[in-house]
Design a protein around this ligand. Structure first.
Ligand code: DQA
Length: 147
């Protein structure tokens, strides 16, 4: 089993970017927490971060035949990128959308996700635990763990 964990724009600045909203953990520390979980589940994980919509789309295309599922924090692309939504839909892999912050309790523009309709779940508001739960939901969907 191989899954992709994709971080969208500005998530490379985790730890220093608005820590009161996104927490104090840097991206490497977030990835380490995820790896600890995937190791315990015996799942291979590949991480990707980009600030560029097209690079994320290319990464999805490139991995579409070799990955089993996706956990993605699309950052601000969540709210308006129909191109990313189409890519998630096109690659036909189960995808869980995750957010560190609770996007329902912030500005109105964040309450809308154009990606959610092509995902099996959206998990938001639990910091790094959103990613960990996202992986568990994905694994349960893939039949790897009971939930
Ligand atoms: C975010 C929420 C988005 O609205 C924002 O643009 C981000 C991070 C989150 O993880 O809470 O970049 O996806």
């Amino acid at each position: 089993m191989r899954i992709l964990v994709i971080h969208g724009p500005n998530l490379n600045l985790l730890g220093e970017r608005e820590p009161e909203i996104y927490g104090n953990l840097g991206l490497e520390a977030v990835n380490q927490r995820i790896r600890r979980l995937t190791n315990s589940l015996d799942v291979q994980v590949d991480f990707f971060q980009s600030n560029h919509e097209g690079e994320i789309i290319d990464y999805l295309h490139h991995n579409r035949h070799t990955a089993d599922g996706i956990v993605i924090n699309p950052g601000a692309f969540t709210h308006y990128s129909y191109a990313l939504r189409d890519a998630v839909s096109a690659v036909n892999l189960p995808c869980v959308e995750v957010h560190l912050s609770n996007i329902q309790q912030r500005e109105d523009f964040r309450k809308i996700s154009v990606i959610e309709p092509v995902c099996i779940a959206q998990i938001s508001g639990m910091g790094v635990d959103s990613y960990l739960q996202g992986i568990e939901v994905l694994m349960a969907h893939l039949g790897t763990i009971d939930r």
